[in-house]
Design a binder for this molecule. Structure first.
Ligand code: NCD
Length: 309
């Protein structure tokens, strides 16, 4: 992919290393520009539509912020109950409708493959903001941007991904974008929530070292960065299974102090109990900076798919 113009953003594996380098560069440019001014005019006259069929705080608001900082406008479908979805309209028809009003669509939906379904129905770019337990590529790019900023480089890193690796779309997408950088992964999960085998095998095939374990102490003590995730309660059909694994991994200040070295902690948020609030003042706790980076990276992606970068 030489240019993102007119393209959909659906999956972490669609980006080459060169694409990622360009996205980082453009994001960085916007971060610098926003230090000088509150808003730009690059996307003046363009409209973003957000279609969220699942809860969201950061993803939707940072996309809307990104569009407005670029001078564009935003339309938002709002609660599912107040739209024609409540009358049984299909996702494809909703997307076709919205494509008459907007220049780019951001969609979040509980079904794996839903963003592709919406993208296939329309000619304007569709951005996947989370399709069930599938992918969340824009989160992956903002995570990667954050890792590079916090650690200075993406080369030869040891990264522990912790928690619900089975259902977590953020980790499914993140490993794809990190796979270009020779990362050494620790996949830390209880056996019920292991990373899907197909993803683990693909990472190994791409030359990444992967160690699967349920031992967080071991993995954290060997890693430069720990990426915590929430156990995705809404993906369990049997809540008694959730009860078995909830609270599997919790890090607190005492845990970090025992490691005797500073590590970086990321989390896509929201957190439930997996990061104790006493970690927030730890110097390596980067999850609040991480969510701010979402604005710069989403500005870059919007500008690029609309052909302005
Ligand atoms: C994540 C998501 O929705 O997948 N949140 C986010 O986009 N920042 C993670 C989660 O809900 O656990």
């Amino acid at each position: 992919m030489v240019s993102l113009k007119g393209k959909d953003i659906l999956h972490g594996n669609q980006f080459s290393k060169r694409d990622i380098d360009i996205i980082i560069k453009v994001s960085n440019g916007f971060e610098k520009e926003l230090k000088k001014k509150d808003s730009l005019t690059l996307l003046k006259g363009k409209i973003l539509a957000t279609l969220f069929f699942e809860p969201s705080t950061r993803t939707r608001l940072s996309f809307e912020t990104a569009m407005q900082r670029l001078g564009g406008g935003v339309i938002c479908m709002g609660a599912v109950e107040s739209s024609s979805v409540a009358k049984g309209e299909t996702l494809s028809d909703t997307a076709r409708t919205v494509a008459q009003y907007a220049d780019v669509i951001v969609v979040r939906h509980p079904r794996v493959g839903s963003a592709k379904e919406a993208a296939d129905a329309v000619d304007i770019p569709v951005i996947n903001a989370g399709d069930g337990a599938g992918q969340h590529p824009t989160q992956a790019l903002l995570d990667l941007y954050t890792i590079r900023k916090e650690l200075g480089s993406l080369k030869n890193l040891k990264i522990a991904l912790v928690g619900d690796l089975k259902n977590g779309r953020t980790v499914h997408a993140l490993v794809e974008v990190l796979s270009h950088f020779g990362v050494h992964f620790y996949f830390v999960a209880p056996s019920l929530l292991r990373m899907p085998e197909e993803i683990t095998e693909r990472m190994k095939g791409k030359g990444c070292e992967v160690i699967e374990t349920d031992d967080l102490v071991m993995a954290a003590s060997k890693s430069d960065l720990v990426y915590m995730t929430r156990i995705q309660k809404e993906r369990f059909s049997d809540l008694s299974e959730y009860e078995k694994v909830k609270g599997s991994y919790i890090i607190d200040r005492e845990f970090l102090d025992r490691l005797k070295k500073k590590i970086t902690i990321l989390h896509p948020l929201p957190r439930v109990d997996e990061i104790n609030p006493d970690v927030d003042s730890y110097p390596g706790a980067a999850y609040f900076r991480q969510m701010r980076n979402g604005v710069f990276v989403r500005m870059a992606l919007l500008a690029m798919v609309l052909g302005k970068k």
